[in-house]
Design a protein around this ligand. Structure first.
Ligand SMILES: Nc1ncnc2c1ncn2[C@@H]1O[C@H](COP(=O)(O)OP(=O)(O)OP(=O)(O)O)[C@@H](O)[C@H]1O
Ligand SMILES: [Mg+2]
Length: 432
């Protein structure tokens, strides 16, 4: 033993060596050599060895006798390698057979080394330590590899997320810019048309009053006193109709321009490109503005039902929350193939406000549910959907410390519910 005492190293103590030999004397010798440095388990047959590798303490290395009754070492090794869990367990053959052929056969079967009997303790210890060292390096590499691939995956995801956020803010900014620009451009003409229509209505009334006065004069004159040109003109221009229709034209135009003005103001409140301001708002205002903007997408084939509850103001980024409503409403409308119904329900539950957008559309297949909020997941034909709507909505709602629930039945419809805390924590409100 003395000749090997100084080769002992620190990691050995917690390694477990499984020694397999049918000869008790051989087991005793190997046990004596190894036991001061390792945890040693001994078994006397191949069958016991195969059982032992599946029980704790898990062996880190096996010393395997070749010549054994019933199942020899080669068979044990072959059976061992069949189980994926045992493929990496280093096996050193220990045998009196020292022919090159036997050695080759053992190594081919996957043994890592070969020790011949009678054994030299120093050689046994050196070889065992080498193999343990190698195994430790292999395990370390495998761990490093697993860690690195996880790290790469995490970074790729982070990158995707960052790109998505960039895309989202670009999309929001683009919509906001467009809306703000349009609203500004349309606002001026709308204002003067509106004001001119008011003046025009007043002027027309004055003109009609004047004509009425002439009419009264006309009645008091003898019939042939009125020049024929005036009589003909009255008949040709259908004065009676013009008079009646003018009022209607003016009021229809006033109503029309009123609607345009409302749309402009909705556009403004819907999306302000530079709006990074957290504010307390009643979500119904945002819902109504959004509905006005996407009216066309909905009104021809959907009946819209509003079941607005009594909700308090919510502290949020209003234009971003409107973006969430827009994405959910457009999805709902697109999910309805023929005629259908969209119901918007709002309410309060504890410290949260909820907005449910339910449709009677196609529904969502069970296997699609886990992927709904993934960026770029879409079931729509190329060119119709980018698959970003829900992932953008998800990101915005998360920023508000809220959540989105989905309930769907194929063929019956889908309900998305957005839950928002009435007042998210102060940390959130300082974020963009
Ligand atoms: N109300 C709904 N009913 C049925 N399926 C829906 C509904 N909302 C979303 N989906 C499904 O979820 C998928 C992803 O929706 P998402 O809004 O993220 O992308 P998209 O609508 O396909 O494209 P984009 O919104 O970018 O134009 C849709 O393609 C659709 O299959
Ligand atoms: Mg969508």
């Amino acid at each position: 033993m003395n000749e090997v005492a100084d080769t002992r190293n620190s990691f050995s103590a917690d390694a477990t060596i499984l020694v397999v030999d049918d000869e008790p004397a051989n087991l005793a010798v190997l046990n004596e050599v190894l036991q001061p440095y390792f945890r040693v388990r001994v078994v006397r047959s191949g069958a016991d060895a195969l059982r032992a590798v599946a029980t704790e303490p898990w062996p880190d290395l096996m010393l395997l006798d070749v010549m054994m009754p019933e199942m020899d070492g080669y068979k044990v090794l072959a059976r061992l390698r069949e189980a994926p869990a045992n493929r990496d367990l280093p096996v050193i053959f220990v045998t009196a057979m020292d022919s090159i052929e036997n050695e080759r056969r053992g190594l081919e079967l996957g043994a890592v080394d070969y020790i011949t009997k009678p054994i030299s303790p120093a050689i046994v210890l050196a070889r065992v330590r080498n193999q343990l060292e190698l195994k430790r390096a292999r395990d370390w590499l495998a761990n490093q590899n697993a860690y690195l691939s996880k790290e790469v995956e995490r970074r790729v995801q982070e990158n995707q997320q960052a790109q998505l956020q960039l895309l989202q803010s670009e999309k929001l900014a683009a919509i906001g810019l467009l809306a703000a620009g349009l609203a500004h451009e349309i606002n001026n003409p709308v204002c003067f048309v509106r004001s001119n229509l008011g003046s025009l209505a007043g002027y027309l009334q004055d003109l009609f009053d004047l004509l009425d006065a002439y009419g009264a004069l006309e009645k008091s004159c003898p019939a042939d006193a009125l020049p024929s040109t005036i009589r003909d003109l009255k008949i040709r221009t259908d004065y009676a109709f013009i008079r009646q229709d003018c009022g209607q034209l003016i009021s229809e135009s006033q109503e029309g321009i009123g609607r345009v003005a409302q749309l402009v103001s909705d556009l403004k409140s819907f999306s302000r490109a530079d709006d990074k301001q957290w504010r307390s708002v009643i979500l119904h205002t945002g819902l109504d503005s959004t509905l006005n903007i996407i009216g066309n997408e909905i009104k021809y084939h959907c009946t819209l039902k509003k079941a607005y509850g009594n909700i308090p103001e919510v502290y949020c980024l209003p234009s971003q929350i409107n973006q969430v409503f827009l994405n959910l409403l457009v999805n709902a409308a697109q999910a309805i193939p023929g005629k259908g119904e969209i119901t918007i329900t709002t309410g309060q539950a504890g410290s949260e406000v909820f907005v449910t957008i339910a449709d009677t559309g196609a529904g969502i297949a069970n296997e699609d549910l886990p992927r709904l909020f993934d960026p770029f997941f879409t079931t729509k034909p190329v060119g119709q959907g980018t698959g970003l709507g829900l992932s953008i909505a998800y990101g915005i709602v998360q920023k508000h410390l809220g959540r989105i629930d989905v309930k769907s039945t194929v063929g019956k419809g889908t309900a998305f519910t957005v839950w928002l805390p009435i007042k998210p924590s102060p940390a959130t409100s300082s974020a963009e």
